[in-house]
Design a protein around this ligand. Sequence first.
Ligand SMILES: [Zn+2]
Length: 79
Amino acid sequence: MSERDAAPWTCPTCARAAPREGKAFPFCSPRCRLIDLGRWAGGDYKVSRALEPDDLEEAARDGLPVEGLERFGPFDPEP
Ligand SMILES: [Zn+2]
């Protein structure tokens, strides 16, 4: 089996393999998840509109890791 087959998912933050059964999935570790959240909070990522509390519920239904995102609210539109 090649190395690529053994790594079905890579951490968005550090590009290392992230185990799907890991608690921080899709990140390889809680640290990488926090780094990613920090990027969002810092405005490095641009979104088409402000994040709403409903978005968190929707993301949670989709199985995305939204735990901890609430503390970035309330979600004001960008100036
Ligand atoms: Zn990582």
